[in-house]
Design a protein around this ligand. Structure first.
Ligand SMILES: [Zn+2]
Length: 186
């Protein structure tokens, strides 16, 4: 496009829009060119436009993305398929069973252990430095943990968010382990 053409086009922006361009397609007959006829025509057009939008209303509403619809779609997008949920449940169950088996095996080993070395010496090791100044004992052969009568804090509950505190009785082997420590003189 040449420079002259551009200037000519830009000048067109300042000129008022020609009335002929708007009204060229629709020419009102002379009969309608009275104030009453114009008013009636305006009213009819307004009513027609209003009724069109009234009919479109529900359609527009159903098309619009309301927060409720977005939330519903998001929920559906995040929902896991049922087979995945079933698999997760199954795996969790298997893991729990494995843990229970391992725990039972450990208990069995501990109850079968004499907590003594082949020489006959007690295998209990003593652990000091507890706030209540009472020693704890552990057997390196089976990993048993022997604690005295002590305060314990249970899991938190609705009433006790810091956990329920209670006194747990001493381990049945505590006295025996204590005596073994005294005889060793450690
Ligand atoms: Zn042991």
């Amino acid at each position: 496009m040449s420079k002259e053409h551009v200037i000519e086009n830009l000048q067109g922006l300042n000129a008022p829009a020609s009335a002929s361009a708007v009204a060229a397609s629709v020419v009102a007959p002379d009969v309608l060119r009275t104030p009453e006829a114009q008013a009636a025509t305006n009213a009819i057009i307004a009513e027609a436009v209003k009724s069109v939008f009234a009919q479109l209303g529900p359609l527009l509403e159903s098309m619009s993305l309301t927060p409720a619809k977005i939330a519903e779609a998001e929920k559906m997008r995040r929902a896991k398929p049922p087979e995945e949920i079933a698999r997760e449940l199954r795996e969790r169950q298997m893991m729990q069973l494995d843990l229970q088996e391992a725990e039972a095996r450990k208990k069995e080993n501990q109850s079968a252990c004499s907590h003594r070395y082949p020489t006959g010496q007690s295998a209990f090791h003593v652990i000091h430095n507890f706030p209540d100044r009472q020693p704890r004992f552990s057997c390196p052969l089976c990993g048993i943990w022997v604690a005295p009568r002590q305060w314990m804090i249970g899991p938190p509950t609705q009433e006790e968010p810091r956990g329920h505190a209670f006194i747990a009785e001493a381990h049945p082997l505590y006295q025996e382990a204590f005596k073994a420590m005294a005889s060793k003189g450690v």
